[in-house]
Every structure is written in structure tokens, then in C-alpha cells.
Design a protein around this ligand. Structure first.
Ligand code: BES
Ligand code: MG
Ligand code: ZN
Length: 463
């Protein structure tokens, strides 16, 4: 889909908006949609009419914007996505968004259009239909450009996370990271990871024939006033390891690198957005969790990078082991803030469903800031507690801690576990187990990866 900025309304489909209780900017639409057919304009609903040559455009698509006083950027994204879905459904090739009274939401409109256009048809013989050209009028040019950068970052993330594990291996993630322009990127292989004393991460990687890759990308511009490290859980496949998952739970575990895919998307946008006086690190401890002959075993005792020992209670709680070492590494970078994003616990999914991501951390202000940024980015984040009592169930008789404890409060237990590996830095953990990958369509998102985290983290680091 090609994005254009144009005031030319001579097109195939002219897309206009309607708020509830108000008229549209178009006489034809007012006569037919509003007066004759009582089209109300509830958010995301559409009304299509042919113009029979009365105006230059062949068709008018009216898209409902809901109540004017409730309209915001998130609703803009939703309406734009629904409009594009409708355009695809009628197999339109060219359209113009000619919205009235919402000129400040150009960025959100482009993001929505891309979300509505997205599909993952790489492996299908018969490809999906797409809009060829979409023009935006009545918006700020810079907002359109920024929206396009955000949307392309989401595309990259969703494409990587949707790929089968066979394709999106740790080596492939490293290759993608290396190809992102404008970053200083270093890939550490197994021997180098060993030298860095990442005993927890390496143990997880051991059972797979695919070698682990520790990825460190760095963006820096100007004289950094703030330094942030972003970590993404990069389990290219999570079979559960020796504590093998049942088939139904394993099916979608190619998505267990959604955090990593998010960070790759975010890092890919930085050199285009060029935020000033900031240093941003993207870190991924990529590997697979497999029950191969060298696999780590329940009862093993691992030593993380910071020297803390962990008794393996369950090999399926592998994400926190890889993150433990990545958090130690990030802490050593002496950054101001660390954010990790991870498909970490089924328990988070039980608590919040696929609607919201769970947020924890060691700094209330930073947690609030992230949640607020998410809200303004069209994502829903919800804080979960980190009471120190959750650590009780992780007590070990033979090591400093176990990697799992009680089934109950599992998302919080994972949170307090991670906290053991964060030192002297503000930190927020985002559990996207329920939100990163949809098993059925939800709202404007189709089956598969949602690219959760991309919009929030990009808005957070560029604000
Ligand atoms: N990758 C899973 C978490 C997950 C579950 C992500 C469902 C997406 C959807 C994680 O590694 C895992 O297996 N967690 C275990 C932890 C348990 C053994 C304490 C879980 O949630 O069951
Ligand atoms: Mg697991
Ligand atoms: Zn996992």
C-alpha cells in the first residue's frame, strides 16, 4: 500500500467521516446515508454509496467516528483500520481519506490504515487483496510521515513474530538486527555468551540444535541526556523443554519471541524518527527451549551473570532465565531505565486475557508513565502487584531461589523473580503473553501477531 499526501479528491473511493448526531462534509452522503438511510455513524461502522458521476470519485465510503466528544487518537486508529478493511472487502484499489475536524490525528490515521491493511500471506499461494494507494488530505504532513514509520515498524514486528520457528531462528533474528541501518550492533555467539557468565540463558539454549545469539543494538544521537535499555524475550520456540508442553499449548509457541520482534521493530524506526540526545539499547537473548539430549533438567542449579544461583523447578519457566541474564547485562550498561517486554506467563493471560498486558516494575512513577503512554498509543496496559511475599514460593533448599513456585499469582511471581537481576536502575516489565499473539481476530487485529509494544515503546522513547 502506497501512502500519499494529496488534496485531489478525484479517486475511486472518497472516504469521509461522520460523527453521531452530525452531518458529513458531503452533500450526497448527507442526502443518502444520513437522511434517507439513517446511517448513525457509530464508531467503525461504514456506509457505501455510488456517486454515478455526480462528483469526481466513483464511490463514497462514510465511516462512523462515534460521538465527537469521545473521539481520540485510539478511535482514529480504529476507524481508519475499519475503513481500510471495508475498502479491501470491496476490492478497491485507490482511495482518499478526506476527514473533517480531526486534522491532529494524522499519525493515528496512518497507523490504523496499515493495521487494517495487514495480512500475513507469505505462505499462501493465493495472495490477499490489498489497497494499492491511499491518499491523506486534511492532515499534517509530518504526522503522516511519523505514522508511516510507526506503522512500518509494526509491520516488521508482526511479520517476524508470525513466521514459523523454522524461519525465525535466533540466527535469523541476529541477521535481521544486523541489517537495521543506523545502529551499532553486536552479536555474541555461544562461546562469547559463556565468557559473559550467562549461565541461566545458556542452560535454556542447550537443548536445541539452533545456536543461541545474544543481540545488542545501540542507537545514539547527540549528547545523551537519557539512556534506556529495551529487552525483548526471544524464545524462538518454547516447547517447554524437558517439562514438555502439551500439544495444544505448544502450537503457538513460535510467538514466544514476540518481545524480541517488538524490539526489532522499535529499533528499526529509530534511525528514521531520529530522537535527539538519547541513547537506546535493544537487547535480545535469543534461543529455543527444546528437550534435546543436552537439555537442562529439572533440579539443575544455574548461575546467572550476577552470581545468583537458581534451582530449575520447571524447565518451561525459561523466559525468566534468559531475561535474568539480559537484565544483568542491561544493568551493567549503567542506563537510566530498563524496560523488558516478554510473553512470560500463562498466568498473566489468565488474569488479563488478550485485552491487556501486565505491567510491573521497581519504580511507581515509571510504571505510571508507561501505562499512560500505552493508553495514548492505543494499547491497554494494567499494573500487577510485586509484593515481596510472592518471593516466598520461590525459596529453594539448595540454591538462592527456584525459577517457579506456586501456580497462583504466577505473573507476579515471575515479576519478583526478574527483580532479583535488576540492579541500581529503574525498571519496568511488560508481560504480553496474552496480547502479543491472537488465536482469533479481535477488534481491528487479525489472527496472529499484534505488534504489541511497538507503538507504546516508540512513543515512550521519542517523547
Ligand atoms: N512462553 C510461556 C508463557 C506463555 C503462555 C506465553 C501462553 C504465551 C501464551 C512461558 O515460557 C511458560 O511456559 N510459562 C509457564 C510458567 C510456569 C511453568 C511457571 C506457564 O505460564 O505455564
Ligand atoms: Mg515456557
Ligand atoms: Zn516461554
Amino acid at each position: 500500500m502506497e501512502i500519499k499526501i494529496s488534496q485531489d479528491l478525484d479517486t475511486e473511493v472518497l472516504v469521509i467521516n461522520k460523527f453521531e448526531g452530525e452531518k458529513t462534509s458531503q452533500e450526497l452522503a448527507n442526502t443518502y446515508a444520513v437522511e434517507k438511510d439513517n446511517f448513525e455513524g457509530k464508531l467503525g461502522t461504514t456506509y457505501l454509496l455510488h456517486t454515478y458521476g455526480k462528483i469526481p470519485a466513483d464511490k463514497i465510503l462514510v465511516i462512523g467516528f462515534g460521538k465527537k466528544e469521545e473521539f481520540d487518537g485510539t478511535k482514529m486508529t480504529e476507524a481508519a483500520a475499519k475503513a481500510v478493511k471495508k475498502l479491501k472487502q470491496i476490492k478497491a484499489k485507490k482511495a482518499v481519506f478526506n476527514f473533517d475536524g480531526v486534522s491532529q490525528y494524522g499519525k493515528e490515521a496512518v497507523i490504523g490504515a496499515y493495521i487494517g491493511d495487514y495480512s500475513f500471506d507469505k505462505y499462501k499461494t493465493e495472495k490477499d487483496t490489498h489497497l494499492e494507494e491511499l491518499s491523506f488530505s486534511n492532515f499534517d504532513e509530518n504526522d503522516i510521515k511519523e505514522g508511516k514509520i510507526f506503522a512500518e515498524a509494526m509491520y516488521l514486528t508482526r511479520n517476524i513474530a508470525n513466521e514459523p520457528a523454522e524461519y525465525a531462528t535466533p540466527t535469523k533474528l541476529a541477521e535481521i538486527a544486523t541489517q537495521i541501518e543506523g545502529l551499532d550492533t553486536k552479536i555474541y555467539d555461544k562461546e562469547e555468551i559463556k565468557k559473559m557468565n550467562m549461565g541461566a540463558y545458556l542452560a535454556v539454549a542447550r537443548g536445541s540444535a539452533e545456536p543461541p545469539k545474544f543481540i545488542h543494538m545501540k542507537y545514539s544521537n547527540g549528547n545523551p541526556k537519557k539512556r534506556i535499555a529495551l529487552i525483548g524475550k526471544g524464545l524462538c520456540f518454547d516447547s517447554g523443554g524437558m517439562d514438555l508442553k502439551p500439544a495444544s499449548s505448544m502450537l503457538t509457541m513460535r510467538d514466544d519471541m514476540s518481545g524480541a520482534a517488538c524490539i526489532l521493530g522499535v529499533m528499526s524506526a529509530l534511525n528514521k524518527l531520529k530522537p535527539q540526545n538519547i541513547e537506546i539499547h535493544g537487547i535480545i537473548a535469543a534461543c529455543e527451549n527444546m528437550p534435546g539430549q543436552n537439555a537442562y533438567k529439572p533440579g539443575d542449579i544455574l548461575t546467572a551473570k550476577n552470581g545468583k544461583t537458581i534451582e530449575v523447578d520447571n524447565t518451561d519457566a525459561e523466559g525468566r532465565l534468559t531475561l535474568a541474564d539480559a537484565l544483568c547485562y542491561a544493568s551493567e550498561l549503567k542506563v537510566d531505565e530498563v524496560i523488558d517486554i516478554a510473553t512470560l506467563t500463562g498466568a498473566c493471560m489468565v488474569a488479563l486475557g488478550s485485552v491487556a498486558s501486565g505491567v510491573m516494575g521497581n519504580d511507581e512513577d515509571m510504571i505510571k508513565d508507561i501505562i499512560k503512554t500505552a493508553q495514548n498509543s492505543g494499547e491497554k496496559y494494567w499494573q500487577l502487584p510485586m509484593f515481596e511475599e510472592y518471593m516466598n514460593s520461590l525459596k529453594s533448599d539448595i540454591a538462592d531461589m527456584k525459577n517457579t513456585g506456586s501456580r497462583y499469582g504466577g505473573a507476579s511471581a515471575a515479576g519478583v523473580f526478574l527483580k532479583e537481576f535488576v540492579s541500581n536502575v529503574k525498571w519496568v516489565h511488560i508481560d504480553v503473553a496474552g496480547t502479543a499473539f491472537l488465536e482469533k481476530p479481535q477488534g481491528i487485529f487479525i489472527y496472529g501477531s499484534t505488534g504489541v509494544g511497538v507503538r507504546t515503546l516508540l512513543n515512550y522513547v521519542t517523547k
